[in-house]
Design a protein around this ligand. Structure first.
Ligand code: HEM
Length: 267
């Protein structure tokens, strides 16, 4: 049976959240899962067309339509059926397409489950914020880079292949930037840690706690601004640049910020 189109922003009743039931599928992405839990994406997580994904991402959370189209095309490309015009949330876990090593909330594929929320890993990440009520560039950068180091060590200790190159760095920085843009103010990267925890731990938009979708669509310019600041705030940016095979921090900044649009064009 064809799933229904997601509702318009005005029609979204954010209180209609529920956990997935048996047979309903979810992804490694806390935002897609949250949107399915709210019924903004199909609750069963299946048969999501490009149109449905774009409508959900633009209407519900005010992502710029061009970025939304890029993400939705990327999601459809994860469907093992190359002729498909839709995707299920389980498809996007396929390693090496969008899913990558160094996740903040899931384990890496080499250690088994790259799809399900992992409370232990998340505890180590969210612990970086300590008693802070809000995120900032320095702490978000530290939380992210700590995962690079921890994942690298874990792979080395287990003699497994660790993949963290330019593409993975782009996705990793991009994911933190998305959180900062869509849960808070795209200019200053501050979001309440409570919002972050609710999205990740409950897979729910923190509407009851005060979150509202951003007033203006979040654009690539917003994302680049946040990514630039995250790199700038990373105390280990030189080490990270050489880790991914780039000679200088400037090259890292250029790679991550200027490759974002070309990835969009490619997909
Ligand atoms: C069609 C749209 C989207 C698709 C297909 C998608 C897919 C994915 C996938 C496959 C991952 C796993 C990456 C990894 O291995 O860590 C992921 C992670 C993530 N996504 Fe999405 N995503 C989409 C939209 C969004 C949006 C709009 C947000 C906004 C906040 C978002 C936030 C995140 C975050 C924060 C992570 C990192 C989770 C972690 O590191 O454990 N995603 N997404």
């Amino acid at each position: 049976m064809a799933a229904e189109s997601p509702p318009n922003q005005a029609e979204i009743d954010w209180t209609k959240w529920r956990r997935p039931e048996p047979g309903e599928v979810r992804s490694p992405c806390p935002m897609l899962n949250s949107l399915a839990n709210h019924g903004v994406l199909p609750r069963d997580g299946k048969g999501i067309t490009k149109e449905m994904a774009v409508k959900a991402l633009t209407n519900a959370i005010n992502l710029d339509v061009e970025i939304a189209k890029f993400f939705a095309s990327g999601a459809i490309a994860t469907n093992p059926d190359a002729h498909a015009h839709s995707f299920d949330l389980t498809h996007v876990r396929q390693h090496g397409l969008i899913e990558h090593d160094v996740s903040l909330t899931r384990d890496d594929i080499a250690f088994g489950d790259n799809n399900t929320f992992n409370p232990e890993i998340w505890k180590s990440v969210v612990g970086t914020y300590g008693d802070s009520k809000e995120t900032n560039f320095a702490l978000a950068s530290e939380a992210r880079y700590n995962r690079v180091i921890a994942c690298k060590k874990a792979h080395e200790a287990a003699d497994k292949e660790f993949i963290y190159g330019i593409k993975e760095a782009i996705f990793s920085y991009g994911e933190t930037a998305l959180l900062m843009c869509l849960l808070g103010d795209p200019k200053d990267g501050k979001i309440p840690v409570e919002y972050l925890r609710i999205l990740v731990e409950e897979e729910r938009l923190p509407y009851e706690e005060g979150w509202r979708r951003v007033a203006q669509p979040v654009t690539q310019k917003d994302m680049k601004h946040i990514v630039f600041n995250l790199i700038h705030a990373n105390e280990h940016k030189s080490a990270e640049a050489s880790e991914i095979g780039l000679g200088t921090v400037h090259a890292l900044q250029n790679a991550v910020t200027s490759l974002l649009p070309s990835y969009c064009v490619i997909m």
